[in-house]
Design a protein around this ligand. Structure first.
Ligand code: ZN
Length: 195
């Protein structure tokens, strides 16, 4: 605890379907793995909590295009596409948060319908560091919810990449996170998908 604040790391949705070759691949999605692995190791070495969120959808959900939603089928619970990327560090001390379980909700945020806020408070965490996939959806919503739950947030720009349905979605997401009170750390152009 270098700065005296109790910290936790939240690794958002680094799953096969969001990486190249997956059904909803984010360009350069695997580029987040190395910086996140470094942080996972550092946090665990200091005995600070690490959380991995995962999209964990039912096969039928309004989140998918076939049922009126926005997205192609991805991260259906128990399928290979929903598994964490094989290069992402695994460790029994890491807490896994499954989200997007509700068939009537998108469940972008790691806090939406999960125990994450309660678990962070139980660990007396004051500050969360957030990275993963994708900048403009699940990372953004997780960051905004962390702020509204009262946590300080460092958004790890080197360790996130956007979907960018519109080419400036990632850049707008960065601005939205900053305006809400997050500290943006690292390369914003990478986080926005513009480099
Ligand atoms: Zn999803």
């Amino acid at each position: 605890m270098v700065n005296g604040k109790k910290k936790a790391l939240i690794v958002v949705d680094v799953q096969n379907d969001f990486c190249p070759g997956g059904s909803l691949a984010v360009a350069e999605g695997t580029a987040v793995v190395a910086p996140l692995n470094k942080l996972i190791k550092e946090f665990l070495d200091r005995e600070e909590p690490v959380f991995k969120t995962r999209d964990w959808h039912p096969a039928k959900t309004k989140h998918f295009q076939a049922y009126g939603g926005t997205w192609p089928v991805h991260c259906v619970e128990g399928t290979p596409g929903a598994e964490f990327h094989p290069d992402l560090l695994d460790d029994p001390r890491i807490n896994i948060i499954s989200k997007g379980i509700n068939e009537r909700a998108d469940g972008y945020s790691g806090f939406d319908g999960t125990d994450l806020a309660r678990l962070l408070r139980e660990e007396e965490v004051e500050q969360v560091w957030v990275g993963g996939l994708a900048t403009d959806y699940c990372v953004k919503h997780t960051v905004l919810d962390a702020l509204s739950e009262g946590f300080e947030v460092k958004a790890l720009a080197d360790a996130m990449r956007p979907v960018n349905i519109n080419p400036d979605d990632g850049a707008k997401a960065i601005e939205e996170m900053r305006a809400a009170g997050a500290e943006i750390v690292g390369s914003e152009s990478k986080a926005a998908g513009m480099s």
